[in-house]
Design a protein around this ligand. Structure first.
Ligand code: G4F
Length: 334
């Protein structure tokens, strides 16, 4: 019998990499997609178009975190043995604009899911993709699973609530429920409004003469950036254990937004300095500080380590943008 996994947020960056990983491991993969008029499934398009995969070992279901009845019905029918919860409003800057939506999906959505699992006769193992943003401006750097939770933005508050609820359901209701405390993880499949993708796209578009400048906020901001493909491997490993626990997934290395700019422009052989402009519109009311992860526990207990270094990641992203832009309009290539 094939193992069955269910993924919320299957159409996102992490969802698509995790789907590929689980299919390669022989799983039957199910995922929930939102009922919208334009379905964003481009990251799964290659699987969706494969008749040997789609509706054979990969199945999509209409269900959403704000519709628990449907979610309950789908989960009761599918009966997965593993559930990876990746969905939610994940943009920190945007969470200042839409705090209620952020909390509705990211905080309450997670609680609703936990409530559904609690009632299932055989609840699946549950992975919750939480975030380094739960730590805010921690006194301790690098952070571990024991660093106090003290978020400083609506997104971090929503994730903090969900993280703590996962712990409550693990300890009080006996669910096999895991928090993966994920630091920034990127790839060519990253959403366009995150800074790495924005920069890599701009470097490629400027190279091809299709964009004049790149407008950014705080370029001195530091993050612990890894590759999404490494992080989804950690998710699977975290559920493939005897007991449930929380794990930090991080590279343990800090880089600035400025270093992303330099790496991306270098990948297309351009000097960045004439193209990058500042706009305070992209500044946030507050910035987390010292978000650097210590993944010792994941390394020693799960055997996990990040394999793809920062420079390679940014180069891969920029070249992918270049290829994509050239494919869409080959005549525009410079
Ligand atoms: O790429 P970002 O938007 O990612 P951020 O805020 O660190 O959040 C990401 O990582 C978290 C930790 O894993 C996740 F929880 C979260 O869901 C998301 O995946 O911004 C990175 C940095 C920030 O300091 C931001 O202020 O880049 C700075 N920045 C400067 N100019 C910009 C821009 N960010 C964006 N998005 N756009 C800019 O123009």
């Amino acid at each position: 019998m094939k193992k069955k996994a269910f993924i919320t947020g299957i159409t996102g960056q992490d969802g698509s990499y995790l789907t590929e990983l689980l299919l390669a491991k022989g799983y039957e993969v199910h995922g929930s997609v939102r009922r919208t008029s334009s379905l964003e499934r481009s990251r799964l398009a290659h699987l969706y178009a494969d008749p040997e995969v789609y509706n054979q070992s990969l199945f999509l279901h209409y269900a959403d975190l704000d519709d628990p009845t449907t979610l309950r019905r789908v989960l009761s029918r599918v009966q997965p043995s593993e559930l990876y919860h990746l969905a939610g409003q994940s943009h920190v800057g945007l969470s200042f604009e839409i705090p209620e939506t952020t909390c509705e999906f990211t905080a309450m959505g997670t609680l609703r899911l936990l409530e559904i699992l609690r009632d299932l006769p055989e609840p699946p193992r549950f992975f919750h993709a939480t975030s380094s943003e739960i730590f805010g401006r921690p006194a301790q750097s690098p952070q571990t699973e024991d660093t106090p939770i003290a978020p400083i933005n609506p997104y971090g508050c929503a994730k903090a609530f969900a993280t703590q609820m996962v712990r409550v359901y693990r300890e009080s209701h006996g669910l096999f429920a895991v928090n993966g405390i994920l630091y920034n993880h990127e790839s060519p499949r990253r959403g366009e409004n995150f800074v790495t993708r924005k920069i890599c796209h701009a470097a490629a578009a400027i190279k091809l003469g299709r964009q004049r400048e790149l407008v950014l906020g705080d370029t001195s901001a530091l993050r612990d950036w890894g590759h999404a493909r490494d992080y989804v491997r950690g998710m699977w490993l975290a559920l493939d254990q005897e007991t449930a626990d929380d794990y930090v997934f991080a590279t343990g290395k800090l880089h600035s937004v400025q270093q992303v700019i330099e790496a991306a422009f270098a990948a297309v052989d351009l000097d960045w300095s004439g193209y990058v402009k500042f706009d305070r519109h992209f500044l946030r009311p507050s910035e987390p500080l010292h978000l650097l992860g210590d993944a010792t526990k994941a390394r020693t207990r799960l055997g996990w380590s990040p394999g793809i270094p920062f420079q390679e990641l940014i180069k891969e992203m920029t070249i992918a943008e270049l290829n994509q832009l050239t494919r869409t309009d080959p005549k525009g290539a410079a």
